[in-house]
Ligand binder design. Structure first.
Ligand SMILES: Nc1ncnc2c1ncn2[C@@H]1O[C@H](COP(=O)(O)OP(=O)(O)OP(=O)(O)O)[C@@H](O)[C@H]1O
Ligand SMILES: [Mg+2]
Length: 325
């Protein structure tokens, strides 16, 4: 079972505290000589103050957009360069750490309880996916006060949006379809992340109640509708036909696919990965292909993926559902 990362981090801090306190208590109980008492006490106090010392010693990081960050970036070394990445749609800020022009790590930052929880969900999924499908190596998830940071090792290459003018659209679509197939062929027997239509509707309801859904950001076809209205229509579409459960990425879009020298090196942004209907990835990917490459390439995506009957009702359901995240 996955141990919640935040709880593990807190347990780690408590453990360090206990380990530091043991020799301190021991020298006083055993009434050791004063030289031993003093040196053990100094060491223990330094150890107990480890966290505040670390925080004080860490210099404040000023991001390229001018924001001052109180959070210590995981594995941030002097001498490198921090570059803001602004492709995604979320509130999460992504910062690339590079040295000598080479991307080394990506730090995804979240502020506020809900954003931290979402980032923690992404960290859980990323850890589970390691070795199962090509994704970035998980390095660390840490949280301090009101912010959290997920650090991943950079996948080689760039995302597919950077390749739109470099490669043939047909070739890009073929690569997307093949990558999607391999995700959907991954065994899911022990996958703990349920993203079935019902589970996702529950999540959507929670997001609406928490005021997280941005109605101003809806696609043109739904721009006059409210989030509650979309949710009602989605509920009225249930139950969907039974489906073969597969491992879906949940946000299978061009910016989330990384390509290196003509080959896909992996998918990022796995916060919504889990077991669902393959139509979910097909719907979201078709929308991304339509936006970035043009409607004329959508059929090729389905053909290359190898699906003979695409269900338009399910495509609509999953495209609409995505508006609520
Ligand atoms: N480990 C990585 N290796 C290579 N590129 C990465 C990596 N992590 C992030 N990126 C790049 O940074 C971009 C933004 O990252 P990500 O997709 O995780 O954030 P986002 O889309 O802003 O978040 P969200 O979808 O949760 O709103 C990606 O599109 C990709 O280009
Ligand atoms: Mg993204």
């Amino acid at each position: 079972m996955l141990i919640p990362l935040l709880r593990r981090q807190i347990l780690g801090e408590i453990l360090i505290f206990v380990i530091a306190a043991i020799p301190l208590v021991a020298v006083w109980v055993l009434d050791a000589g004063s030289a031993v008492k003093i040196s053990v006490s100094v060491l223990a106090v330094l150890f107990l103050l480890r966290l505040p010392i670390l925080i004080l010693a860490s210099r404040k990081i000023v991001l390229p957009d001018g924001t001052r960050l109180t959070l210590m970036l995981n594995g941030y070394f002097r001498g490198g360069k921090l570059v803001m990445v602004s492709v995604g749609e979320s509130d999460a800020r992504v910062i690339r750490y590079e040295r000598n022009g080479l991307a080394l790590q990506y730090n995804k930052l979240a502020e506020g309880r809900l954003a931290i929880e979402a980032l923690q969900e992404e960290a859980f999924r990323l850890r589970w996916l390691q070795g199962r499908v090509p994704v970035p190596r998980f390095r660390k998830f840490s949280s301090r006060w009101n912010s959290a940071c997920l650090t991943t090792i950079a996948l080689p290459g760039s995302d597919l949006t950077a390749m739109i003018h470099e490669m043939e659209p047909k070739e890009l679509v073929r690569l997307l379809a093949r990558a999607m197939r391999s995700w959907h062929e991954t065994p899911v027997d022990d996958c703990p992340f349920d993203h079935s239509p019902n589970a996702d509707l529950d999540r959507a309801l929670a997001a609406i109640e928490a005021g997280q859904v941005d109605e101003a950001n809806f696609e043109p076809q739904w721009e006059k509708r409210s989030a509650d209205d979309l949710l009602d229509e989605l509920e009225s579409m249930l139950p969907l036909p039974t489906y073969e459960p597969v491992l879906t990425h949940g946000d299978f879009t061009l910016p989330n696919v990384i390509i290196d020298r003509g080959k896909i090196s992996g998918l990022v942004d796995v916060g919504r990965a889990g077991v669902s209907d393959r139509h979910k990835d097909l719907a979201i990917c078709a929308r991304s292909v339509r936006r970035n490459l043009g409607e004329q390439h959508v059929d090729l995506l389905f053909r290359e993926y190898g699906i003979t009957h695409v269900d338009p009702v399910r495509l609509k359901f999953f495209t609409m559902l995505d508006e609520l995240f």
